[in-house]
Design a protein around this ligand. Structure first.
Ligand SMILES: *Cc1c(COP(=O)(O)O)cnc(C)c1O
Length: 370
């Protein structure tokens, strides 16, 4: 007997859309109807709502998470000749933002348990040119901000958080985004809070940084055709802001669902060959991605694919070994933890709308095949 297995996608954006279809379409329609499509009421309201959500003084809507990183670093006066300490085990945008400002990324290895910047390895990477630390809250788990902030305070460094995967995550009870001088969020569609196009935000408790970013994102202009600094076009658009306002009201409930799915996965993988992610005591992880490690990752992915279960690798090649970034790193062997985990990690399906039946199927196939 053969049973035709139903396929399980890696993320299911359609399921989320169906659950909010009426509200979303109304928001989009009324935004267009109003024809206030340039830094208008939805962007302003979303900025207030997102700042409140992140427990920060301010939020500035921008064009993408990458824009948010670039503008946050620029507002912290990072520029040519400066060094920024960051990780190689991340999406390339973290490094791109540093490089595009003329600064130099200095890669530090990650902690093998949390997959985040290892605070014990920061000191050795500091030089007289070091200006900032850029930790990433990877997969939705906050970086260990306590020791990072302490080093930054002692050494007079800026801290910018890459929170593009960690909307709503908490470190010691406090939301990510409010720890450093500024933090960057992405609203790329697959993120825990995703637009239907591009979008991002910088959150900050500094009025000075907020003011600079409001200028930079809009051609350095406060008054039409009057430009006080050289900026860019990195505005969040009204339609995306309207969508994000609807979705923000559901973010905590979606994150709770992700955490519950992660707990089911973790319990089911206990005692198997699958190394499930570990949530640090101080973390409230929001599981943007559910990443496990296995011995033979490529074979597992292939066989899961044949069984109709989609998976991903985040990320298959560390940034310091990418052709685009090799010149900034110290090559193969320089970041042993980063390089080792890149060979074993695999991301399993994770989204709020996953059902118990789907999770059960992923678990039984992974346990059987790993
Ligand atoms: C998604 C992401 C970014 C970039 O965000 P975009 O909105 O795609 O520009 C940056 N850093 C990390 C860690 C990300 O996951």
């Amino acid at each position: 007997m053969t049973t035709q297995a139903v396929s399980i996608p890696f993320v299911d954006l359609k399921a989320q859309f169906q659950s909010l279809r009426g509200e979303l379409m109304d928001a989009i329609e009324s935004s267009i109807e109003s024809m206030q499509l340039f830094l208008g009421p939805n962007v302003h309201a979303f900025e207030r709502e997102f700042a409140t959500y992140c427990e920060t003084a301010d939020a500035i809507g921008v064009g993408s998470g990458t824009d948010a990183l670039i503008l946050a670093l620029r507002a912290c006066d990072i520029g040519p000749g400066d060094e920024v300490i960051t990780v190689s085990h991340t999406f390339i945008a973290t490094t791109e933002a540093i490089v595009i400002l003329g600064a130099r990324p200095v890669f530090v290895d990650v902690d093998p348990v949390t997959y985040n910047l290892d605070p014990d390895k920061i000191e050795a990477a500091i030089t007289p040119r070091t200006k900032a630390i850029l930790p990433v809250h990877l997969y939705g788990q906050p970086a260990e901000m306590g020791p990072i902030l302490e080093i930054a305070r002692q050494r007079g460094l800026r801290v910018v958080e890459d929170a593009c995967q960690a909307h709503g995550a908490r470190y010691m009870g406090k939301r990510t985004g409010g720890f450093g001088d500024a933090a960057a969020f992405s609203f790329y569609m697959g993120k825990n809070l995703g637009a239907y196009g591009e979008g991002g935000a910088v959150v900050t408790n500094s009025a000075e940084i907020a003011e600079k970013i409001r200028l930079y994102r809009n051609h350095g202009s406060e008054t039409k055709y009057m430009h006080s600094v050289m900026g860019v076009n990195a505005r969040l658009d009204e339609i995306q802001a309207a969508v994000l306002r609807v979705k923000l009201r559901h973010l905590d409930e979606w994150n709770r669902a992700r955490r519950a799915h992660a707990a089911s996965y973790r319990a089911a993988f206990a005692g198997s060959r699958v190394r499930a992610p570990i949530e640090a005591d101080w973390a409230e992880h929001v599981y943007h991605l559910f990443v496990v490690q296995v011995d033979d990752r490529d074979r597992l992915m292939q066989q899961l694919g044949e069984a109709g279960i989609a998976t991903g690798i985040h990320y298959p090649q560390p940034v310091h070994l990418q052709e685009a970034a090799r010149q900034y790193g110290r090559g193969e062997g320089s970041l042993p933890v980063t390089e080792r985990i890149a060979k074993h990690i695999v991301s399993l399906p994770m989204y709020a709308e996953l059902t118990a039946v789907q999770i059960e199927r992923v678990v039984s196939e992974v346990r059987r095949l790993a």
